[in-house]
Design a protein around this ligand. Sequence first.
Ligand code: CUA
Length: 323
Amino acid sequence: MAALSLGVASCGHASPSALDPHGPGSARIAGLWWFMFSVSAAVVVFVGAVILVGILPRRRRRHLDTDATPTWAKNLVVGGGVVFPVVVLSVLWVLTLHDMQALSSPPGRARLEVIVEGYQWWWKVQYPQLGIVTANDIHIPTGQPVRIRLVTHDVIHSFWVPQLTGKTDLISGKVNSTWVETDTPGVYRGQCAEYCGLQHANMIFYVVAQARPDFDAWAARERQGAAPPATSDLLRGQDVFLTSPCESCHTIRGTPAHGTLGPDLTHFGSRLTIGAGAAPNNPGTLGGWIIDSQGVKPGNKMPPIELPARDLQALIDWLESLK
Ligand code: CUA
């Protein structure tokens, strides 16, 4: 858990860059980007040099006094204005098509499948083969491609993990597909990349890549329902949850709470953030979120929950205990 916290802390400070690839998909995209950048830079330098030569003052030559266009100028227009761009753009186009084709399916068979469903403004994450439902953190094992199926509950969103894969849209009535793979355990920040309303910028998620044994341990824990409250304070917290509006919107497996409007909170305590990246997950931010989530993330669907201080503290303690 300490490693995960460190990971999200560093992610919070450094922006994830598509030019810092950590997987075969993003490496291919970064390679294409650098090639396009080099070609574009060479073209800019070449055109700039031609313009410079053209505007430099020099002696009028006699033949320029006539209307006849010199042959070298015709060649420059045809060669530099038609042939050269057609060749350069064709090469870039073919390379792009080739990479798009290569990116459409993973290099090996993707045995694990994750369904990611976009909501305004959070991500429901399901593992149909493992019987897991969670939100906003997508755990994957390292060293193998993972298939991601993308659907949306409402408007169009876009799934983007710059360090692992390019953007794929989530479109109503359609199941889109992408994949992620990395050999390096770590926390990779993802972001909705299609404007989807007020909190588009706060529709963040994290891909948590773990070595196989760690991933298996996470999955085994995640499959279970919430543990029964171990202390009277935690029991009080659970009672507060079940007698407040919370339970009508959230599911916590192992309790009677089966709401589906908001994220499943069965293992909320182990999540990295609150409100899909709106705040780090700790007791302080959770308290602020419960009493005034509209102040933290205006426009989200959660109403303010007013509670006596002792009840609020017990609720926070219980939710954070759901590891
Ligand atoms: Cu979802 Cu932008």
